[in-house]
Write a new protein. Sequence first.
Length: 211
Amino acid sequence: MEQNKKTIYTIGYAAHTIESFIAALEEFTITAIADVRSQPYSKFKPEFNKENLKRTLIGYGIEYVFLGDNIGARIKAPECYKNGQIDYELISKHPLFQEGVGRLLKGMEKFSIALMCAEKDPINCHRTILICRHLKRYQLNICHILDANTLESQSEIELRLMKLFHLDQPDLFMQDSERLEEAYSRQEEKIAYVAENEEDYTANHKGFNNE
């Protein structure tokens, strides 16, 4: 990690038991979880449902805050959709998202925070492709917790992302930054939420989805 930079972490719970999840948080001295799921419930892992998780975390001295309404993958703002698919660039400029980021930055003054969502691999989650892509501009160390022994930096994620789309080699017609932005855009297209119908833009679903 770079010196004199604040660090923010992310973690996905899909591959964890509640015990291994807590162990990973304790290993990296996490003192607060920011839940960035739009729908903070899991049919397959009810121990990670919002109320259950909050209760468990408090028992270990770890704070819990729900930020899914601000920086979740399914923001309730019709203007952030294009042809039925959520647009991450539009989300990043939305007041709801900006408010959520502000809360994160403020919280980092007191807590060591991990953004939590479902996906095991951060490359497949909006916590990386949307939130951390935006957080880079604040000159933070961004670390993704894979397990109690393994961290992956945002820079390592970005290299892996470019390799995924065969954009990791120098290109006569594209600068390095352009290749990276192209890789982000292609991954966003793959993972960004697509509304099933117009009502989904603003509906407050109560189903058991991961995000």
